[in-house]
Design a protein around this ligand. Structure first.
Ligand SMILES: [Zn+2]
Length: 159
């Protein structure tokens, strides 16, 4: 058995031991593992910094988007199981954040192909949404449905 000395109590222990059997102190990690961990930590810090610096620029984007967020919250959304190569639906829930009934609400998504080109829109509207109520919508997508790769919320409007 190859042995080494415990870093804490200097006891002769198995070279592969992660813990000293005598004093229970953890033995050092291999250098390559430390390097990997440092790289991971640095990349996490870098990505956190990126997202925090990009969020203020998002807030600057047009006042309308900000207003929309205050009025409504998109609680959930997903591509409907009923979608096929001819029809695509996005279903989900939208919450009215205001203390008054809305007489009309509309949600619009923009669809894109795999290259990021805009294909069309998915739209649903409803004649009314009560104060602080939730609307279960089903937005029907038009144009190039067979090419849709991804979609994003365009706007939620209401009055
Ligand atoms: Zn020890």
């Amino acid at each position: 058995m190859e042995t080494k000395k415990c870093k804490k109590c200097q006891e002769e222990i198995n070279k592969k031991a992660k813990k000293c059997p005598k004093c229970g102190s953890k033995q050092g990690m291999p250098t390559w593992l430390i390097v990997v961990i440092v790289i991971i930590v640095i990349s996490i810090i870098a990505s956190t910094g990126e997202s925090s610096s990009s969020s203020p620029s998002k807030k600057k984007e047009g006042g309308s988007a900000k207003d929309t967020n205050e009025k409504f919250t998109l609680l959930e959304h997903q591509k409907s199981d009923e979608s096929n190569q001819y029809f695509m639906y996005i279903e989900g829930k939208i919450k009215n954040n205001r203390d008054r009934d809305m007489s009309y609400v509309q949600v619009t998504f923009t669809t894109y192909d795999a290259e990021g080109n805009t294909l069309g829109t998915c739209l649903d509207n409803n004649s009314g949404l009560q104060a602080n109520g939730t609307w279960k919508f089903k937005a029907i997508c038009s144009e190039g449905v067979d090419k849709i790769d991804h979609y994003e919320l365009k706007e939620i409007t209401g009055y």
